[in-house]
Ligand binder design. Structure first.
Ligand code: WT7
Length: 698
């Protein structure tokens, strides 16, 4: 794929040439009676309606869901502010759970969960299935319990849990009472909890004693306790209540009598009749923190109605979800109803939209798996697909590359014939991994949907539709309904086909972010200032931060970020964030972080550090020790995903005469393209190289 090196604001070049095209399967899979969108003509017709007459298109879609009272207007738009379904009252928890019970589907399966330990239940993994009626009871009781703890509408509840069903219960319970959730991925550090709790002014944290990950225990409660201490001592912020779900039975259990309460006890406090609040379409549904190009993560604001409609519709069309399939006896090519599995963690937007909200509004059961793909062995995911008869499978390119490396023998041991549609998300997928996914997992019969979107977009934006779109390995193909995407220059002019440029979205869409929590200026600067259209202060177009091109057939090819954000294993990190973490260590005076190619992660992290004189390592053993300390420090400040893959010490960072760090040069060093004299010494003088480079360029 094009590396960041090929991207700069001035010249975005694409190096990828891919000519293979795969037509959608002529007939749907035996388990799928029909494709929702079945011809290119109907895609084109619906797409143009959705762009030219969003009122009609989205008004019709929204009516497939439940509203307590109708909207007066579908869209109210003045850049950069959108209101969707203005004045409408609804509740997303109602649409995910209660609606299905009312419609007589209380006994249908809503959620299937599998734990990580392989022998937890009589030599087998532990599995729980919840019907809509069971889920409704648990969610209502927990929501009532939260209310009796004093949680009110509009108050942000922080959630830091492992992948247990109670995480889904907690999220839905928040949605039920209109308390926005802020889910923090369980891999983040206690410092990350501190930052997010403060920013959201949150007083209640829901957590687990621990989480299983590759056979080891991640001590979540310890991190929460440490965060609470820091919050109280250093920031004068008191967390009133920590609700803890006991997953592991950690011994001794970290416990604070004043603050802690068991999840089960909160459930017991609540009434199973706790109603769904009638929320305004624009009431905040959740905050989700993501990295940007400054050191401070930003709380992306999503609201209720538009997010509900777009995640519902994308789930339905992109994965071809169909509830109520007959339950035929399992035979050669007939399967029970659909079972959707997204392997992401609910801590990321993918999990919010495509484990919980989008899938549940479609009344198709969603599978949640607790643990790692290689526990107890590298076949675990395929074992799950086989045993549960998963029909739609959604994962990330980094995982696909890991599976490739582990070898075909693992998937080949299992029956994967239940699979109907395969999805990918998170970063550009290299054509080799795409082909492997298609042939080894999909046996050349499952369409692949490569979905491009972001935390900010809430749901899919560029994606194939499985029954319609011809696919090309590495391309996320065409815009979804309601999405007006284009490749532009900085003046907002559309570029010719095949020219690399800035990806832009020119019209509002229902699940777009409504802001950055508490930071209006940053919202405008980051997303609404890139395109200088007729000198307008606020650009009419949304800028997602990606470079891309459109090929001769109109297919989109994402080339990567053009800002100081890197995408590590499909997880977004700001280079500044990692740099600030490094500089907060005593030994480091200055740091520069760049992305580098990585076989599994896609992009790895390379860090260049200048050290304080009294910390210069005496020999290479001391240098190695310091590198390990720095990596551990970054993990403590941010989380293990931010650990640099490569750390180099340097006397000085290469800078231009005006003092800008020469990141391009650092990237080529990290990639190993630039020869470095005396690479084996502990201190490397890149400034010399920079001078050379500057004189070359000058
Ligand atoms: C960034 C968003 C959407 C959930 C996961 C990541 C990159 C995402 C693709 C794709 C190429 C992709 C973009 C985007 N990205 N999906 N299919 N092809 N790139 O969410 O953390 O908000 O990151 O991930 O660079 O801007 P996120």
């Amino acid at each position: 794929m094009a590396s960041n090196d090929q991207l700069s604001a001035t010249g975005i070049e694409s190096t990828l040439e891919e000519h293979r095209v795969f037509a959608p399967p002529a007939t749907p899979h035996a388990g799928t009676p029909t494709w929702h969108v079945a011809s290119m003509e109907s895609y084109t017709k619906l797409h143009s309606e959705s762009i030219n007459d969003p009122e009609t298109f989205y008004g019709r879609v929204a009516k497939e869901l439940h509203w307590f009272s109708p909207w007066s207007k579908v869209l109210d738009w003045k850049a950069p502010d959108a209101k969707w379904f203005v004045g409408g009252k609804t509740n997303l928890c109602y649409n995910c759970v209660d609606r299905h019970v009312e419609d007589g589907h209380g006994d249908d399966i809503a959620l299937v969960w599998e734990g990580e330990p392989a022998d937890e239940d009589k030599g087998k993994p532990k599995i729980c299935a919840f019907t809509y009626a069971q889920l409704q009871r648990r969610v209502a009781k927990f929501a009532g319990g939260l209310e009796s703890l004093g949680v009110r509408k509009g108050e942000v509840v922080t959630i830091y849990m492992g992948m247990v069903p109670e995480l889904a219960v907690a999220v839905l319970a928040c949605a039920r009472i209109g308390a926005p959730h802020s889910v923090i991925f369980g891999g983040f550090s206690s410092q990350a909890i501190v930052d997010r709790v403060l920013d959201a002014d949150s007083r209640v944290i829901i957590t687990c004693d621990g989480a299983w990950r590759r056979g080891k225990i991640v001590p979540l409660k310890e991190s929460v306790d440490a965060a609470c201490e820091t919050l109280e001592n250093d920031h004068d912020h008191r967390v009133d209540q920590v609700v803890m779900f006991k997953r592991i039975g950690v011994d001794p259990m970290p416990w604070n009598d004043e603050r802690d309460v068991y999840f089960r006890d909160v459930e017991e406090m609540g009434d199973q009749e706790t109603p769904c609040e009638q929320l305004d379409s624009e009431d905040m549904l959740f905050l989700l923190y993501t990295s940007g190009s400054t050191g401070k993560p930003k709380g992306i604001v999503h609201t209720t109605g538009g997010y509900m409609v777009h995640t519902y519709l994308t789930s339905k069309y992109v994965f071809n979800l169909i509830p109520d399939l007959e339950e035929p006896s399992r035979g050669e090519d007939s399967f029970a109803g659909q079972l959707f599995w997204c392997t992401a963690d609910i801590g990321w937007i993918t999990g919010h939209s495509y484990i919980v909200y989008g899938i549940m509004t479609n009344r198709v059961p969603t599978l949640m798996y607790e643990g790692a793909p290689n526990f107890p062995d590298e076949g675990r995911f395929w074992d799950i697909v086989d045993r549960h008869k998963v029909t739609q499978f959604y994962t990330a390119p980094t995982a696909i590359r890991a599976f490739m490396k582990w070898g075909d023998e693992h998937p080949n041991k299992y029956d994967l014939s239940s699979l109907q549609v395969l999805g990918t998300v998170g970063e550009p997928i290299n054509p080799e991994a795409w082909m492997w996914y298609r042939s080894v997992i999909g046996k050349d019969r499952c369409p692949i949907v490569d979905t491009w979107w972001q935390t900010e977009t809430g749901g899919h934006m560029l994606t194939p539709l499985p029954g319609v779109t011809p696919t090309k390995p590495g391309s996320c193909t065409l815009p979804f309904f309601g999405v007006d995407a284009a490749i532009l220059d900085e003046k907002g002019n559309e570029l010719p086909r095949n020219a690399g440029g800035l990806l832009a979205i020119r019209k509002p869409w229902p699940s777009m972010l409504r802001g950055i929590h508490g930071d209006r200026d940053r919202y405008i600067d980051t997303y609404w200032s890139k395109f200088d259209v007729d000198g307008a202060k606020i650009s009419p177009y949304y800028f997602p931060g990606d470079g891309a091109r459109q090929d001769a057939d109109g297919n989109f090819w994402i080339m990567g970020r053009v800002d100081d954000v890197i995408n590590v294993s499909g997880h977004r990190l700001g280079t500044m964030e990692v740099e600030s973490a490094l500089v907060s260590h005593d030994a480091v005076v200055e740091a520069a972080v760049v992305g580098m190619p990585h076989e599994i992660k896609g992009t790895g992290i390379a860090a260049f550090c200048t050290l304080a004189p009294n910390h210069a390592p005496a020999d290479s053993a001391a240098a190695e020790k310091l590198k390990a300390d720095l990596a551990a420090h970054v993990a403590k400040e941010i989380g293990a995903i931010a650990k640099p893959d490569q750390i180099r010490f340097t006397d000085a960072l290469p800078k231009t005469r005006s003092g800008k760090i020469m990141r391009r040069l650092l990237r080529s060093i990290a990639e190993g393209q630039t020869e470095i004299a005396q690479d084996t010494t502990t201190l490397e003088d890149y400034s010399v190289l920079a001078k050379l480079r500057e004189s070359d360029e000058g």
